[in-house]
Design a protein around this ligand. Structure first.
Ligand code: SF4
Length: 490
């Protein structure tokens, strides 16, 4: 089924969403679906009549739902917790106690009986037709009726309800409508020579938010990315899930910045920017290796936090949440004269490029494999970096095209259904490729390019159609099949 919808009106803040790991489609999406279900019960004046609640998970949500925390996310959503504001302790408590819970407080208030194996059902061999990530939530009421709603988690934390279609924003009119990458170029060219892509995106964002609010929200996104990276760099506890994957970001950063480290993200990153002094004999003094290690440490840090149910920014998904922050922090703290205005322009550009892939192909690994996650995030980061390093609109699109071109066909094969192997390391590769792509584009001639960004978006979609389902977030192929581990979720 063709789930693409080029006419969607997507804000940058739909692409960058503050939430909780480890998966945008398996954690964030189902969490939002459960919140929507509770809101529907409130609207129907049915909340206080609920006797029991049942969740049915299908397709990819069933196969890798435990490793991705789908069950935990749904339970938290039903209890009224919001992924943007939930305390980490609340997530940890639900993870540890969910299987032994006897009651669930709907919307935090109305207690209903709950039994894990009875009320959360994993349909491993059944998928719903519209999308591989389908789920239903049902509530039995005291008047003998049942309310059931079906949702699809379509990637990047986006959720649609059965029957409403993927088109709720169609009526919004933007000054610069973008259905595909070619439209971006047309708008920048019509707006005068040298018009940056971020300018066009900002004009569109003004339909949703006033000017100062746009900057404020984007800098908030940046701070959450930075804080998440700092948390990952300074945390050493092993990752959950049973694979015993060690964290590596801390050890890598320790080769670069003398310890003890300043406390707090802002002071840490200021110190990082101020010093090039290595901490050990084995640490690189050369600029290239130092940069490579920092960028890798940033990407590892974010995705180790993501795997540990930490607070991350979906960009455009959680599995790929480390790529954009790694390249953005590289820009902000390792490139001279970078500033907050550049951070805002980076995010505007990267966000717009993410939505081009969502409209023209997919950002769902269950539909397109890892090219839809790491590939898209790498293209977004390449575009953002090229913009702030002074590239033309043509070069920005060229950078995104180059980055995605070398991720085409990348499969999704998370071992044990956890967003850890190969996911965490894969973010480092996406970030490094993004920086390479930006540099190729900045020194390249877009008029000589044979492949456009729209060509590569279409190629990605066709590749997604032809990709066997076992390489699409089912943990049935690739690395996951080579190392079939039954992980125990703690
Ligand atoms: S392999 Fe890629 S797409 Fe699949 S879960 Fe990991 S990061 Fe996401």
């Amino acid at each position: 089924m063709d789930t693409r919808y080029p006419q969607q009106r997507i804000s940058v803040f739909d692409i960058f969403k503050i939430g909780v790991g480890p998966s945008s489609s398996h954690t964030m999406g189902p969490w939002r679906a459960a919140e929507r279900f509770v809101r529907a019960l409130v609207l129907e004046r049915a909340l206080e009549l609920v006797q029991s609640v049942r969740v049915d998970l299908y397709g990819s949500l069933a196969r890798t739902g435990v490793g991705h925390g789908t069950d935990v996310a749904v339970a938290l959503g039903l209890t009224g917790e919001d992924p943007q504001t939930v305390e980490r302790d609340a997530v940890d408590q639900m993870r540890k106690g969910l299987r032994s819970l006897k009651h669930l407080a709907l919307a935090g208030e109305f207690s209903v009986g709950f039994e894990y194996t009875r009320d959360i059902r994993f349909h491993h061999h059944q998928a719903l037709e519209y999308h591989p990530n389908g789920m239903s939530i049902s509530a039995d009421l005291s008047d003998g009726t049942t309310i059931t709603q079906t949702y699809y988690s379509i990637g990047g934390g986006f959720v649609i309800q059965q029957g409403e279609g993927d088109r709720p924003e169609a009526s919004i009119t933007l000054p610069y409508p973008v259905d595909q990458a070619g439209d971006i170029l047309r708008h920048t060219q019509a707006s005068g020579p040298g018009t940056p892509i971020s300018h066009i995106v900002r004009r569109n964002e003004l339909v949703f938010d006033p000017e100062d609010r746009i900057d404020e929200r984007l800098l908030q996104i940046f701070r959450v990315m930075r804080d998440c990276t700092y948390a990952g760099l300074t945390t050493q506890r092993p990752l959950p899930g049973g694979l015993n994957v060690p964290r590596r970001a801390h050890r890598l950063a320790a080769t670069l910045l003398p310890q003890p480290w300043p406390e707090g993200a802002e002071r840490f990153f200021t110190a990082l920017a101020d010093t090039a002094a290595p901490t050990t004999d084995a640490a690189p003094t050369d600029g290239f290796e130092r940069t490579l290690r920092w960028v890798s440490a940033f990407a590892l840090a974010v995705n180790e936090e993501n795997a540990d149910f930490g607070r991350v920014v979906t960009a455009p998904t959680n599995g790929a949440a480390g790529v954009v922050p790694a390249v953005l922090l590289y820009y902000r703290y390792l490139i001279p004269n970078a500033d907050d205005e550049g951070v805002v322009r980076f995010l505007l550009t990267a966000g717009e490029l993410g939505s081009v892939f969502k409209k023209g192909a997919t950002i769902s690994a269950a539909q397109g494999g890892c090219q839809a996650e790491i590939g898209v995030s790498s293209a977004m980061a390449a575009a953002g970096l090229t913009e702030v390093l002074g590239g033309s609109a043509e070069q920005v699109l060229m950078a995104a095209e180059i980055a995605m071109e070398h991720h085409l066909g990348l499969t999704c094969d998370p071992i044990g259904g956890l967003v850890q192997i190969p996911c965490i390391e894969r973010n480092t590769m996406g970030a490094v490729k993004a920086i390479t792509a930006a540099n190729l584009a900045l020194t390249g001639d877009p008029s000589a390019a044979r492949v456009t960004l729209d060509d590569v978006v279409e190629a990605m979609w066709q590749t997604a159609q032809d990709m066997h389902h076992k390489y699409k977030e089912t943990s049935e192929g690739g690395l996951a099949a080579r190392i079939p581990i039954n992980v125990i979720e703690c």
